[in-house]
Design a protein around this ligand. Sequence first.
Ligand code: PCA
Length: 205
Amino acid sequence: MTVVVSGFEPFGGDATNPSWDTAQALAVRGRELVGDDVVAVRLPVTFDGAWPALEAVVRAHEPAVVVALGLAGGSRAVRLERVAIDVVDARIPDNTGSAPVDEPVVAGGPAAYWSGLPLKGSLAALRAEGIPAEVSNTAGTYVCNATFYRLMHHAARVPGLRAGFVHVPGADVVPVDQQVRAVAAVVRAALAGRREPALAAGAEA
Ligand code: PCA
């Protein structure tokens, strides 16, 4: 079995993106941390380029698990994304200067896709390791959500493929080695395929 973990290049004026540092470290330590080969891919922060780059690697390796990572700059915790929605509403331009407003990710696609990752099992594992983590009910409306949506649109046609998205905070909030341990725990939970614990992690509006 193979695992694919993607991260993004820097965007919005940042010099680095911890999502890529984390993906890259997991590829080096995959056997040790998840017991399987991990293939890492660095995605451009562009609406046109991100999914094709990830799709090429997913098609080439036919992985059992795909975890796409992105940076959520303002976040205080690792965010296990619950849902991808079929809309792009770009507050800032992508790395090619494109900033679509209120356009579908996939024209005529379903309004949303659920994550295919075991969110509550992952949350329990992260808490047990003392890593700040939460279930998030929005992955935003920018390149990460669009990539997550396209990933789940693809996964809907591939039986047995477990896929989803995790937003990581800045490395000043959760250091990269802790992010690596967090994503490894998510991958292990996905590979194990255990029943989800009934662990409350929702929110009032
Ligand atoms: N975060 C952005 C796009 C790339 C990234 O790392 C987002 O949350 O959409």
